[in-house]
Design a protein. Sequence first.
Length: 114
Amino acid sequence: SFLDVEAGVIRRIGARRTVLSTGGSVVYRHEAMAHLAALGPLVYLDVSLPLILKRIAMNPDRGLAIAPGQTIEDLYNERIALYRRYATFTVAADALSPGGCATRIVAWLTGGEA
């Protein structure tokens, strides 16, 4: 399955001091998440469901690993608990620009205020 292939690719990553933006479905494979956690901190960009729906509507050709009959809301509710479980640090990202998110993450990594 796609999830197994994705997890296999993740397990082969050995980079350190690198920003890696995975697909959202990687959280379904514990072994992949454990490998990523061994490489460094896992940052969860916490974005609300309404903003996610807006972003998806702006890019309708975007691929999503979603089961037949499952809604985006179902997927969000299913994944959010997994994201929170694995996160080393969480950024409330709704009101932040990409640069603002990066600033929060760097502050946390360097021991400053997050």
